[in-house]
Design a protein around this ligand. Sequence first.
Ligand code: DQA
Length: 202
Amino acid sequence: MKILILNGPNLNLLGRREPSMYGNRSFDEYFQVLKKRYAKHDLEYFQSNSEGEIISKIHQVGFDYDGIVLNAGAYTHTSIAIADAIRAVRTPVVELHISNVYAREEYRHRSMIAPACRGCICGFGLKGYDLAIESFWGDPSASKKPLGEKWQKAFGIAEELRAGGDNLAVIAEKLNRMEVKTPRGKAWTVQTVGRMLQKKKN
Ligand code: DQA
């Protein structure tokens, strides 16, 4: 799965910023832990202090990635524009806060982005990022991306062959003979053909 962790304003100062509230660890350090822990997945990290850059990043990945973990920092409580960006894309977004915002000042109790998000995790410290990543496992909305352009040709052929009674091995062999490659430019196997047909069913 391809997952973006998107941190908003002031989160570049994690580890130094109000450590009693946010802990002593920098996010760059914690991201290395996450990358090891979820090595089978493709994790990306982006941080920005600017609302526009956060919105552009959501636009950039929001039609291809399987999930976005978003800690929008204080923009959570103010930004209709970020909420609109979340609604505009297909990728599910999980709202995350390190601290328990509901146990803090009243102005942090309102989230402008929550209604646009898949769910919200808050108050578990950095461990919340693990919980948010894992929330995408088996989430049907995370796999509801339509097949990309590169899949379309292979899928059309595979579906026709399947309807004609060919098994996965034969389909893989025929696709390879036609020199139709996987989206990663590789030869087809029983597994990749099976996954492609399964993906489309979902
Ligand atoms: C925060 C909570 C926000 O209210 C605050 O403005 C932040 C961090 C959190 O992770 O707990 O910057 O999102």
